[in-house]
Design a protein. Structure first.
Length: 335
């Protein structure tokens, strides 16, 4: 397509587009959560949707995650397709029983006779200056649970394609967004801006081809990996960057194929190290056919193993930065 067909779209606008298109496409879809309607969304993700679709489709709820997540799960069991926004995923802890015991397990426990087509979405992981109770990453928490699908978009294209796929999926899907990416513009192709554009859940994307080391990340750290790859390229090290996109089901085949090619693996995530996404990737690689191709131990780059501090200098040092990724790659390559 012509260069003019590619435009810059923020992650916020991509998510808004996805919600708008899916509300229009299927009248069973509705949005609920705190501030989603009259205020246009706490992060303006649902901007304009209440005016366009009205009270029945875009619903402001009281500040009770347990209550509105429960209502949403019940609505899904009864045949609607709710999109339930948590103001941050830290607050989904108030409704973890609804997410896990009610949404995730019902299809299995009903021998497949009750579907729960629900989307839980909102910002996940660290924002800026909001301290420990608003900063943890839930990718490993929700990725742990059978019955859920879990996606973690990076770019605007990811955000739009994965949210649309999640809304159309007949299973409960947890969509882990990043507040720090909402205002970031990415190039979006004409194809990605079409109403039928979806990204299949469970497929990773190679964002950058490379030959020396495989970098695997999800959400915001994908961008850090791209930056680190650019820095390392100047030093003659070519990184292959894999954007995981989906946490569960995890596309380990794409990672394996890359490791077979590069013989080195570095995982990058904003979450805590213990039982994390990187730990799972390392274990799966060790158990599978790619292990014999590794020329060095895999290296994990993660958030620090502490509750998020409030002080900015400490916060910066708790989150993986480009220099940490560069250091990890050099460690893996022994240079």
């Amino acid at each position: 397509s012509s260069p003019a067909a590619v435009s810059q779209v923020t992650v916020r606008d991509a998510l808004n587009q996805a919600l708008d298109e899916e509300l229009e496409r299927d009248e069973r879809v509705f949005l609920l959560g705190e501030e989603v309607a009259q205020y246009d969304g706490a992060y303006k993700i649902s901007r304009g949707l209440w005016k366009k679709y009205g009270d029945k489709r875009v619903i402001d709820t009281p500040i009770s995650e347990m209550g509105f997540a429960g209502i949403a799960v019940g609505a899904a069991m009864a045949g609607l397709r709710p999109v339930c926004e948590f103001m941050t995923f830290n607050f989904s802890m108030q409704a973890i029983d609804q997410v896990i015991n009610s949404a995730a397990k019902t299809c299995y426990m009903s021998a497949g006779s009750i579907a729960v087509p629900i989307v839980f979405r909102g910002p996940n992981g660290a924002s800026a200056g909001v301290a420990a109770q608003h900063s943890q990453c839930f990718a490993a928490w929700y990725g742990h649970c059978p019955g859920l699908k879990v996606v973690s978009p990076w770019s605007s294209e990811d955000a739009k394609g994965l949210l649309k796929a999640s809304i159309r999926d007949d299973n409960p899907v947890v969509v882990l967004e990043s507040e720090l990416l909402y205002g970031v513009p990415f190039e979006m192709s004409e194809q990605a801006q079409s109403k039928e554009f979806v990204i299949p859940i469970g497929k990773a994307k190679i964002e950058r081809q490379g030959t020396h080391v495989t970098l695997v990340a999800h959400s915001r750290p994908v961008g850090h990996c791209m930056e680190a790859a650019a820095v390392l390229s100047k030093e003659g090290v070519e990184c292959e960057v894999i954007n995981l996109r989906t946490i569960r089901p995890m596309d380990i085949e794409t990672v394996e194929a890359s490791v077979v090619k590069t013989n080195h693996l570095v995982t990058v995530e904003g979450g805590w190290p213990q039982f994390g996404v990187g730990a799972e990737i390392c274990a799966r690689i060790m158990e599978g056919p790619a292990f014999n191709y590794l020329d060095a131990p895999a290296v994990r780059v993660t958030g620090a193993d502490v509750p998020m501090p409030y002080a900015k200098i400490l916060e910066d040092n708790c989150i993986p930065q480009v220099k940490d990724i560069v250091f990890a790659v050099k460690k893996a390559l022994n240079i």
